[in-house]
Design a binder for this molecule. Structure first.
Ligand code: ATP
Length: 246
């Protein structure tokens, strides 16, 4: 079943066009990758889905209901949570306080405590340091915290914007393991990444966005074997191949 349907969305920042008709779908319980180089429009697409931006044309449907135009908190209430690029944790607050902030849907203290315990079980490193300032964590640990905070909102669809960006290789692998783990719990994931190979390995389907347009889509296994994808995103000759394709 289609859970998320992004339908021909357009967006411009002032006069600068960022998206020129992007359409994509995420099926229930699946992991879908959105690949593309810097400035392709990936973050803009994420923000349009999460309600942080409203498309100038086109629509976003979630479980057949139009959500484009709704404010972020209402989109979140329906089950879509965005873990933004750059993590955006509250450095001057404790790890514990950051996590509590993520439980925006809950007023019930007992339920919040339960959700916290679940997170601490999944992320023992955060549990050990729960009373320390979030700013004292390493970049990778902060990314874990941002994902854990996103999960406090009990998403049905989690959008991860560049979760591996700027993170030590050792932790990057842990982040992808975590993505697998979250997916196995039944949460759908839209994974925005520049690390194309690792993304295609966890995703079942992928889209490639360039210059505000989807230029390619398909099963991840097909993408991994595709010569264009290999050259443009998985290996050498990136710029030349990409220019030809555009
Ligand atoms: P990156 O991987 O670098 O984050 P991206 O694929 O996420 O790139 P976007 O951040 O969505 O791309 O940007 C798409 C286009 O919109 C780019 O040309 C970018 O310069 C422009 N853009 C993004 N945010 C703004 C903004 N706040 N004001 C003006 N232009 C913007």
């Amino acid at each position: 079943m289609t859970e998320l349907k992004v339908n021909d969305v357009h967006y411009a920042y002032g006069g600068a066009r960022a998206l020129n008709g992007v359409s994509l779908e995420v099926n229930d319980g699946s992991v879908v990758a959105l690949l593309g180089s810097n400035g392709a429009g990936k973050t803009t697409t994420a923000k349009l889905i999460a309600g942080a931006l409203t498309p100038s044309k086109g629509s976003v449907l979630y479980n057949n209901e139009t959500v484009s135009g709704l404010p972020v908190h209402q989109v979140m209430r329906r089950g879509i949570v965005l873990v933004p690029e750059g993590r955006q944790i509250f450095a001057q607050m404790s790890i514990h306080e950051n996590l509590v902030m993520g439980a925006y849907k809950e007023n019930d203290r007992g339920r919040i405590a339960e959700l916290l315990e679940q997170r601490y079980e999944t992320f023992p490193r955060l549990a050990e340091r729960r009373n320390q300032l979030a700013g004292s964590l390493s970049g990778g640990e902060q990314q874990m915290l941002a994902i854990a905070r996103g999960l406090m909102g009990e998403p049905r669809l989690l959008i991860l914007d560049e979760p591996s960006l700027g993170i030590m290789p050792k932790l990057v692998q842990q982040i992808f393991e975590l993505i697998n783990y979250i997916a196995a719990s039944g949460v759908s994931i839209l994974l925005i990444e520049q690390n194309a190979r690792a993304s295609l390995e966890v995703a079942s389907y992928a889209y490639v966005l360039e210059k505000g347009r989807i230029i390619m889509e398909g099963a991840s296994s097909t993408m991994l074997d595709d010569a264009f994808v290999q050259n443009a995103y998985l290996g050498a000759d990136e710029d030349e191949e990409l220019e030809e394709r555009l």
